[in-house]
Design a protein around this ligand. Sequence first.
Ligand code: CA
Ligand code: CA
Ligand code: CA
Ligand code: CA
Length: 304
Amino acid sequence: MRLSRFFLTGMLLAVTAISCKNDDDQPEPIPDRDRNEVEEEDQKALAEYLDTHFYNYEDFEDPVEGFNYNIVIDTIAGSNADKTPLSEFVTTKTFTFEEVDYKLYILTIREGEGERPKFSDDIYFTYRGELLNREMFDSSVVPIWLNLYRFYGNKDVSIPGYQSVMTEFGGSTGYEINPDNSVSWNDDYGIGAVFLPSGIAYFSEGPGLIPAYSPLVFTFKLLGVNEADHDGDGIPSWMEDLNDNGDLYDDDTDGDGTPNFLDPDDDGDRYPTREEIIIHEDGTLEFPDSNNDGTPDYLDPDSF
Ligand SMILES: [Ca+2]
Ligand SMILES: [Ca+2]
Ligand SMILES: [Ca+2]
Ligand SMILES: [Ca+2]
């Protein structure tokens, strides 16, 4: 839940910044730095970090009984001078955000055998967040739900880079509830870490203990996945990305200003989308096209 509180802090700052603009007595807010310039700096910092740090790979190679599968990162120095750096283990991925191609680094310990989230889904996970100086700014050892999409509503809000990394992992295939009501997850959930440039983390609005423009490190265990349907119209949000570009805000069939993933009547014909589609008992969807013009009823204001 803490991530959302961080986000709220950011929102308050943003609101303050906007209100200052209209008040002649207040100084102008400091404009955000150039995204490309920050990314260049962050990439240098991340590359250096990955070359000078290692993780407890030996613990994972030969796990002792009761090993907690926690990734622990430390500097390569002193008695650890001969350790293999993280840079030898990570893979890279490019994620485009605000028209900048961001490079992020992923450490995959275990992909996870269970369901994989789509970019707009909810995940159930534990995490620990650190700055590049290894200072921890946040963690949750108790699993929490988080929506991966940048939806500024009443759900927990993610940072942009999260959707890019979590879609590479799967959750657990199941769990058991113990007599004491604690939960034991099947030992096949996703385990990993991600090294994010600030542009797809909090950028200029580092909340809490995070300074502005901080690249971030998250280690995590992905336990569960829930297919999100933000507007509850029966169509999962990822399916409302009609132009398939990963941006849910630029799909607005009826042009009423509410994007389809938040619009329970997508074509604006006053018939709810839910009544213009067929949801079968096994959960599969069918999209009738009554007038056979190639546009399904829920996106066609001329048929219902
Ligand atoms: Ca929907
Ligand atoms: Ca709409
Ligand atoms: Ca909709
Ligand atoms: Ca409709």
